[in-house]
Structure formats: C-alpha cells, structure tokens
Design a protein around this ligand. Structure first.
Ligand code: ADP
Ligand code: MG
Length: 485
C-alpha cells in the first residue's frame, strides 16, 4: 500500500492478555493444575460442574492476582465478586465461565513500556480472575472432535488495557513487559507456545484528525510475540484497505492464521451470544482485609524496574547493560549475587552479558541450569582484574572448567593447573618482544613509518610465543617502548 495513504491513518490498539496462574491446584477445586498430562486425568466433579458440587476459591490464585495488581499500581478491590458468563461450547463443561464482570479484583493501574521514542505509559482498565476452559482437539485422521478437560478450571488473570497502544511495536513491547512481570512475580511461566500466556488484540484505525475511534476488530489465536505483532500489522493494513475502498469495518472477531500471517472472520460481534451475566450464587463475595493486602505487599519479590534503578544508581551501570540484565529474572538475580562478592560491577555485568550468556546460548541452557556459584564467578573476575590471567584465557579455558567443577575447584587452582597464570614480569617478556621484533624487520619499518596498526600483529606474535600468558598491558608498553626507541 502507498505510504501516503498509510500516513493518513492512526491505528488504535487495546490488548486483552490471559495469564494462567502457576498454582498447584485449580481455581475452584483441588485437581492438579499441570500442563501436558494425559487427557482428562486432572479433572474433578467440581471442575466438570456436576450438580450438587460447590466451588471454593483458591487463595493462592487470589494472592497471585493481587501481586500483579500491586506491580501495576492498580487499586485493589477489597470487595470483589465472581459472575457467571453463560454460553454453550463443548470445551466448557459447566455451561458458563466463572469470571469477574461487575467487580474485578484489580482496577486501573498502568504498565510502562520502552519505545524508540522513550518511555510510554499504557493504562490498564482492570485485571480480573476467571477459570480457563477445556480444549477441543482436532486430531489428524480423526473425524470426531475430542475434548480434553484438563485445562478446565485453570486459574487465569485477564489483563485488559485501555486503547492506549498506537502501533504493533508498542503492543509487542507491552506484551513482552507483561511476560517479564509475571515471571518476576512467579505467578505464570509466560510461555506463549504452550498457551500459558495468551493475547487477544483489539485493533481499529481512524483518520489522524478524527475525533472518535474507529470500529474495532478483535484478533485471536496468536501464539508468539512476533505473531501478535504480525497480526496487528496485517489487520491495520486490511482495515485501511477496506476503508479506502469505501467499505465499512464491522466489529468482529477474527482468527490469526499462523501459517499465512493473515486474519479471517470467525463471527461478528452483532450476532454474539447474550452472556446473561449474573453474580455467581455458589461463591461468597471476596473480602480482602487490610492485613491480607499488607502481607502480600510485604512478600512482593523485586520487580524489574526496581532492579534497573538499583543497577544504574547503585552499581553505576550504563542503562543499556542494566536493561540487558533485567530482561531475564534469573540473570538479574544472579548478577545481584555476584555483586555481593565483588566491587567490580561493570566487569561483572560484562561477564554476565558476554561469556555467561554465550556459554548458555551455545549449550541451549537457561540461567537456572547454570551450576556455577556466583562467588566463584566473582573469584574469576578478580583473577582477571588483578592481571593474573588474561580475559581471553579466563573466558575460553577457566570458565568452562569452573562450571564443570560446579565451582568446587577455585578459579586460581584451575588457572595454575592449566598453566595460565600470566606473566607481568617485564624481565621475562622483554626478550620475547625482542625476538618477535627481530623476526619481522619489515613490519618494524612499517610501524616507524606511521602504520601503528601493526602493533596488534606484534601482540599476537608475543601471545603465540607465550601461549597467551604475557600480560597484555605490560606487553603493549614494552612493545611501544622498543618500537619508538
Ligand atoms: P467490548 O465491549 O467489546 O468488550 P471493551 O470496551 O470492554 O469492549 O474493550 C475491550 C478491549 O478493546 C480493551 O482492551 C479496549 O482497550 C479495546 N478497545 C476498545 N475500543 C477500542 C477501539 N476503538 N480500538 C481498539 N481497541 C479498542
Ligand atoms: Mg469488555
């Protein structure tokens, strides 16, 4: 589409994000809340909604929802209650979803995202609790639809934003931030592929000078951050195309096609069920006392933004480093631990974002699988900083050996046994420098003629001759001294 046409329009986006809470049991019953079990094994008569059974609210699920609300600065509703949302679908054994319509547990609040133009606040409308449905299975070669009810009754929070998002990049950033938050809060594993975190995107477009938002379309079925962005991009372009052709946009629900990256209509909102919401008669309204909220607040884990501030202000890290470190919770917490054993914060950050990250990437390991005590890494950092070993040797040889030993062998011991202790003794380095210079008289001439870049080549030769054990700083200064003599 012509860019000038695109430029006339302003996209408006609001997200509805569902996060499965990682409680041990379901939201209203004691059946196990676990992904990937054999179909229809984690179910109970309560979850299936058999007559005569009564639900009971899982306190942990309530606590997790409050945690998210507190992290987003929401008003915590101390008098919330559940409603029934009635509709028929085979994966919904009760015939209704137990959700919160009129009185959600968290109201308002916001999440700050980082965009290319700086920070932006996205307001939340609410966060409410509800139960997940089961899952219809359409298996290859099977004519019938099968139903697995294991997922039914899984606790969910639904985070509903205000329509404050203006581009697919902002939507991506917001969802990434939500994923980071739920992981820091330890309330959801944030895995979009497994459906622990799901996102519906409401998308509309309007002329830039319009006073009112356009009609919105809700897009479902995106299973990754990238696909959320793709679905929104496709939808923006489709809607602009329709309007340009003189067509009207209808409020409808559209399905994202994960193969072709397009969307197609599922149902129009106009023909949507009347859900006949009414207060859930089988559950008491939830009264959250001040004491309960105080307790949850006092047990809140460290949040990424607080750690970012600490890393920049207290440890003096550049914002870039701090951002990389807080991106993964385990990374940030590990770094903090390392900093309890070293004063060299910048070096510690470099080790985390460089060698440690590369090591994990290479072996496709995650941070929590790293068996290296933070104090051992701090030891290794100290060895490098005191010029006892070169960074290159510490990275290539000592780090893997240190991890291999689970930190049981000291970095210094490993360095000694691998014969990697560096010489900073100029009396030992000088003769080697002289040898190298004698071997390359042409290069010496080049240097003297102004091509000072050949210094690197001399360095390399000295390192080769000493098997990497010459202290680079001392070597450089001897090399310069001899070459400039
Ligand atoms: P509905 O009544 O269809 O459920 P809501 O007003 O409850 O609509 O909003 C649902 C979601 O749609 C929210 O995330 C909200 O931010 C978003 N939304 C509302 N209006 C628009 C719009 N015109 N364009 C894009 N998103 C919108
Ligand atoms: Mg709504």
């Amino acid at each position: 589409m012509d860019a000038s046409i695109f430029e006339k329009y302003q996209p408006v986006i609001g997200l509805e994000v569902h996060a499965q809470l990682s409680t041990n049991s379901k939201i209203f019953a004691s059946d196990v809340n676990e992904f990937g079990e054999l179909p229809n094994t984690n179910i109970s008569v309560i979850t299936l909604g058999h007559p005569g059974t009564l639900p009971k609210v899982n306190k942990k699920a309530v606590e997790f929802a409050v945690r998210m609300g507190m992290a987003c600065g929401c008003t915590i509703n101390q008098n919330s209650f559940f409603d029934r949302k009635n509709y028929f679908y085979p994966d919904l054994p009760k015939g209704y979803q137990t959700t919160q319509d009129k009185a959600p547990i968290c109201i308002g609040g916001s999440i700050t995202i980082k965009t290319s133009e700086g920070e932006k606040l996205i307001r939340l409308n609410r966060i409410h609790l509800e139960d997940d449905a089961g899952k219809n299975l359409h298996l290859d070669g099977e004519v019938d639809t099968l139903v697995d009810y294991n997922r039914a009754g899984t606790p969910l929070i639904e985070i509903v934003t205000e329509p404050d998002i203006r581009s697919s990049e902002e939507a991506y950033a917001l969802l990434a931030e939500i994923r980071k938050l739920v992981r820091y809060l330890d309330i959801c594993d944030g895995n979009m592929e497994e459906g622990s975190l799901r996102c519906d995107a409401n998308v509309s477009v309007m002329l830039k000078d319009a006073k009112e938002y356009g009609k919105k379309v809700e897009v479902k079925n995106m299973n990754s951050l990238r696909n959320v962005q793709r679905a929104i991009d496709f939808e923006i372009e489709r809607q602009i195309g329709e309007i340009e052709k003189g067509n009207t946009i209808y409020s409808e629900t559209r399905q994202f096609d994960t193969v072709h990256f397009t969307t197609h209509g599922m149902r129009t909102k106009e023909e949507l069920n009347d859900y006949r919401y009414f207060p859930e008669p089988d559950l008491q309204p939830m009264r959250l006392s001040d004491a309960v909220l105080e307790k949850i607040k006092s047990e809140m884990p460290a949040l990424p933004q607080a750690l970012f501030k600490k890393f920049v202000q207290q440890y003096g890290l550049p914002e870039y480093d701090a951002n990389v470190l807080i991106d993964v919770k385990e990374m940030a917490l590990y770094f903090e631990e390392v900093c309890n054993h070293t004063q060299n914060y910048k070096a510690a950050a470099n080790w985390m974002t460089g060698p440690i990250k590369s090591y994990l990437n290479e072996l496709t390991m995650s941070m929590d699988q790293l068996s290296l005590p933070p104090a051992s890494l701090a030891d290794l950092i100290a060895l490098v900083e005191s010029n006892k070993v070169s960074f290159a040797m510490a990275n290539q040889k000592i780090l893997p050996a240190l991890i291999e030993s689970n930190g049981n062998t000291k970095a210094l011991q490993i360095a000694e046994s691998l014969n990697l202790i560096q010489t900073s003794d100029s009396n030992a380095i000088e003769p080697i420098v002289m040898e190298v210079l004698a071997k390359f008289p042409d290069k010496v001439k080049e240097y003297k003629g102004g091509k000072t870049g050949v210094l690197q080549m001399f360095m390399g030769e000295v390192m080769k001759a000493t098997k990497g054990k010459a202290d680079p700083k001392v070597t450089t200064s001897i090399l310069k001294e001899k070459l400039e003599a």
